[in-house]
Design a protein around this ligand. Structure first.
Ligand code: ZN
Ligand code: ZN
Length: 415
């Protein structure tokens, strides 16, 4: 059966999907929607409606405005970038800890917003922000509460993806794409996500049983061996809180992921999609690793900011995530560069520099920082995904017995 949903129906489906499947919102919870671009007010009202229908006690919004962020970089005193609005994190913590709160984060920004601004200030502002958010990460990464991250079009972002179209067409096209890759166009989006989660869960279980000791990557510009620490755990798509609430941390999500060993990366990687996040834009870059550490970094675009990013702290020179995404994922098949990590990381296998997630290691949340590092876990203020997958990438897994088995061939699952 072919369903011709109107745009309004799709918007409602997307809002319902975010609330019921993404957040998994339960009656009696409060909801804070974070980082909402001012341009997204109409859609956020729909999400609030959907949340109240699902039984939310209170829906509150923390707004964000690219223009204000840029104004600060252009005009604020150069020595003022350690300032941070702490009420922002306190509001989230208060809701999550005291009022059974859930959160929804919106990722939509102008790609390259901070092009031409002082790289040192960009990194300083980022470090301060990450430091301030640590307390929230502590609870979200322990799945203490249910949370999700989604996106929605804003004009500056849509213009970057579809530069040749008229403004309204740019927005319409980006909505269409988001509906498509979030399976909102399907007759029963909730069922579609359940089936998708089932497929990825099978891959996850297979890899968790295999307990590979290392992965070998091969693609044009990439030749890399990554050790996998003992006790690493593969995760993907769905998560469950300590109180038993099911949620999907990212919509869309096509990846399964774990942590590599912080001291065991050797070789070279080259990106296949640009890094576009936090107003920064880096492309055509290459990183060389020795014993887990980046020893050389080059980029055709954004080399200075790439070097600054890696210099954030010791952990920023090492890897904290290894994620597999088949090239046939709907996002990749759309053949669109999103300039937005939420989408681009789900279009290509990727690695992240910086922090490894504790839940990717058996008993990781029981370890102190030293124990976690000794076990192979990386710690850093940052966690930045770098996309390296393509239809030219082969990945092999090495077993404890030394056997080499195919994981991916030409960017597709090989098991
Ligand atoms: Zn990832
Ligand atoms: Zn990541």
């Amino acid at each position: 059966m072919i369903m011709n949903l109107t745009f309004e129906q799709k918007l409602r489906n997307y809002a319902d999907l975010a609330v019921n499947v993404g957040i998994g919102l339960q009656p009696g919870q409060t909801l804070i929607i974070r980082d909402v671009p001012l341009e997204s007010a109409p859609f956020v009202r729909l999400i609030a409606e959907s949340a109240y229908k699902a039984g939310a006690k209170l829906v509150d919004v923390i707004w964000k405005d690219d223009a204000l962020i840029l104004t600060r970089f252009q005009h604020a005193p150069r020595d003022s970038f350690s300032e941070f609005p702490t009420w922002n994190t306190e509001a989230v913590l208060e809701s999550v800890l005291n009022r059974n709160g859930a959160t929804l984060k919106i990722v939509a920004e102008k790609p390259g917003l901070l092009d031409g601004q002082d790289p040192e200030l960009i990194i300083e502002a980022k470090i301060v922000r990450q430091q301030q958010l640590q307390e929230i990460f502590k609870y979200s990464m322990a799945n203490y509460y249910n949370w999700s991250v989604i996106s929605m079009p804003i004009p500056s972002w849509a213009a970057k993806i579809f530069p040749d179209d008229a403004p309204q067409t740019q927005i319409d096209k980006l909505w269409d794409l988001i509906f498509e890759v979030c399976r909102v166009n399907q007759p029963d989006p909730v069922q579609a996500w359940k089936e998708h989660a089932k497929t990825l869960t099978e891959k996850k279980i297979y890899l968790n049983n295999k307990k590979y000791t290392s992965f070998k990557y091969k693609a044009p510009g990439t030749e890399l061996t990554l050790g996998l620490p003992e006790g690493h755990i593969w995760h993907g798509v769905s998560a469950v809180t300590s109180k038993g609430i099911n949620f999907m941390p990212n919509l869309p999500s096509e990846e399964i992921f774990t942590m590599p060993h912080r001291d065991q990366a050797d070789g070279v990687l080259s990106n296949t999609r640009p890094f576009s996040s936090g107003g920064m834009f880096i492309d055509q870059f290459s990183l060389k690793f020795e014993n887990g550490r980046i020893v050389n970094a080059t980029a055709k675009t954004g080399e200075t900011i790439l070097k600054q990013l890696i210099a954030t702290d010791e952990g920023a020179t090492r890897l904290g995530e290894i994620a597999l995404v088949p090239h046939s994922s709907p996002i990749s098949q759309s053949n669109v560069l999103f300039y937005n990590t939420l989408f681009d990381e789900n279009a290509a296998s990727h690695l992240a520099i910086g922090k490894a997630y504790r839940f990717c290691m058996v008993d990781g949340d029981q370890m102190d920082d030293d124990q976690f590092a000794t076990a192979g876990g990386n710690n850093s203020l940052i966690h930045e995904d770098l996309m390296i997958g393509s239809d030219e990438m082969d990945i092999d897994g090495v077993t404890a017995a030394g056997d080499i088995e195919p994981i991916m061939r030409a960017g597709e699952w090989a098991f």
